[in-house]
Write a protein that binds this ligand. Structure first.
Ligand SMILES: [Zn+2]
Length: 509
């Protein structure tokens, strides 16, 4: 989706990991609903990311990850075997899910053994970071407090939690309805192979009825399109195990996992780039953590391995192709993918995160209140928002002077019609809470509710009124709908970083 000629950083926004780290918690969260897992994950990731940057893991035990198929790859083959041959197709005339014959999914079967230069096996020295930071007893106690008791996590319906957070965070019944309508639009634009395309003419149900599908060529960047389509479902707590779209999400996750395994970790192909890779890393990590479906573990780890290998060894950043000197926007995506993986207790090299932090140092100005694109010279609102959100997740405190200055500047500018900027700035301000958030949210929320398409096949999607940024040019209506939906999920998609205590009190039984 982002092209090699993209002039600036406004192509994508990262979805900071929404969910989950369920795996290592075993029985405690086994029966927990998605919201509980999401809560849990956010608590854990904040603590564990702080550990990444603030102190090296103690008693490092060398672990070697060799890029390539992990031992658990067999599990993914099981995943393939269970791929439904009756993938859902929406009949637009009845608006009902009907089962039709579908084309065989031919890209999820084979694990590449080719010597792809991008995926050349390398050994990555890893500490036992994942296990050593995973849910020690005191974290479990915190999680328990959120749900009343650790064992009581499964006792709440996810809708109840969402509704509470919508009410306390500034959402509305209109914004919630807009989210559901957005998800429905995505369902109606899923392709028979389970994935999505930016080119809406490729969708048998749409055939281009919706304007602003990106017609860049058949099959261009299926990875980026599919990941952007799946993210808003995960943000709402829906997976192939939970929620109203299980079959569709099983097909979508299978498609993305299949691309990743086929590429030996490289999730994108024609038309895609490292932006798409970062998105795929987030989706697979979140999907794995939320669903605890072991079939997703190997694809998710492979995607993260590829990201770690692709880091610029000098500057610590990422750009369109592996090992290029980085830009702030691409770095944001990869960092959020690594964070998602960390939350899912996948293996993430802490040195990779440290280098990424060093990249942010290299592009910051005003002591870290502002961020440039490939250096410190060209700060701008969108780049500032990306940089500040990364800093938040890397442990900067709410009262960090540069954080405070940066947030004031973001709030002063207000929402724009550049969704990339708005997506990041909304998250930054949501985490900070307070008056600035209330004011921002009122404008942002109502702007999105009013600009959502209401008629015809476009109903539930976004483009007009929110297409001011470069990303809309590059990736069209699907991109705009993804970011808009996720902005309206902000109340529950990520808990406020600095507001854990209030949340705990809110939901204490
Ligand atoms: Zn359409």
């Amino acid at each position: 989706m982002a092209t090699d000629t993209a002039p600036d950083d406004s192509t994508f926004a990262v979805a900071p990991a929404s969910l989950s780290a369920a795996a290592a918690l075993g029985g405690v969260v086994k029966n927990a609903p998605a919201w509980a897992v999401s809560l849990l994950v956010h608590v854990i990731v904040l603590l564990s990311l702080a550990l990444i940057v603030s102190q090296p893991p103690q008693q490092e035990k060398a672990r070697v990850i060799v890029s390539g198929a992990p031992e658990t790859l067999d599990a993914f083959e099981d995943f393939d075997a269970s791929l439904p041959d009756d993938l859902p197709v929406i009949d637009q005339t009845t608006d009902e899910v009907v089962m039709t014959d579908v084309v065989p999914v031919d890209n999820v079967q084979v694990v590449s053994t080719a010597e792809d230069v991008d995926a050349a096996p390398i050994a990555v020295e890893l500490s036992d970071f994942g296990t050593e930071t995973a849910a020690p007893a005191d974290m479990l106690a915190t999680v328990g407090a959120i749900g009343g008791t650790a064992g009581g996590l499964g006792g709440r319906a996810s809708a109840a939690m969402r509704n509470q957070l919508v009410a306390t965070g500034g959402g509305s019944s209109q914004s919630e309805a807009a989210v559901e309508a957005g998800l429905k639009w995505f369902i109606q634009h899923q392709l028979p192979d389970g994935g999505w395309s930016f080119n809406l003419k490729e969708c048998p149900n749409c055939k281009g009825q919706c304007s602003e599908g990106r017609d860049k060529g058949v099959g261009e960047d299926r990875c980026g399109a599919t990941a952007l389509a799946l993210l808003p479902f995960l943000g709402r707590g829906y997976t192939h195990k939970e929620g109203p779209y299980k079959r569709q999400l099983e097909a979508g996750l299978t498609f993305l996992a299949g691309m990743t395994v086929k590429g030996n970790g490289k999730a994108y192909d024609k038309g895609g780039n490292m932006y798409s890779q970062g998105l795929a890393g987030i989706v697979l990590s979140e999907g794995y953590a939320m669903s605890q479906d072991k079939r997703l573990q190997a694809p998710a780890q492979l995607a993260l391995n590829y990201i770690m290998q692709a880091q610029d060894p000098v500057g610590g950043g990422w750009r369109y192709a592996p090992k290029q000197p980085g830009d702030t926007s691409a770095v944001g995506w990869q960092l959020m993918a690594l964070k998602s993986g960390n939350m899912a207790f996948l293996q993430v090299n802490p040195l990779t995160v440290k280098k990424a932090s060093a990249f942010l140092d290299s592009v910051q100005s005003d002591d870290g209140a502002a961020y440039g694109y490939i250096d410190a010279k060209t700060p701008g609102p969108a780049r500032n928002a990306v940089g500040l959100l990364c800093r938040m997740y890397l442990g900067w405190k709410k009262n960090h002077p540069a954080m405070e200055r940066g947030v004031v500047n973001l709030a002063k500018g207000g929402p724009s019609n550049d969704l990339y900027h708005d997506y990041y700035a909304t998250q930054v301000l949501h985490h900070m809470e307070g008056e600035s958030w209330v004011s921002w949210n009122n404008t942002m929320r109502d702007m999105l509710v009013s600009t959502q398409a209401k008629k015809g096949h476009e109903a539930g999607s976004w483009f007009e009124g929110v297409n001011g940024g470069h990303g809309a040019d590059a990736a069209g209506r699907l991109y705009c709908t993804s970011l808009s939906t996720m902005i309206l999920e902000v109340y529950y998609r990520h808990l406020p970083i600095y507001g854990q205590q209030s949340v705990e009190e809110e939901f204490k039984e």
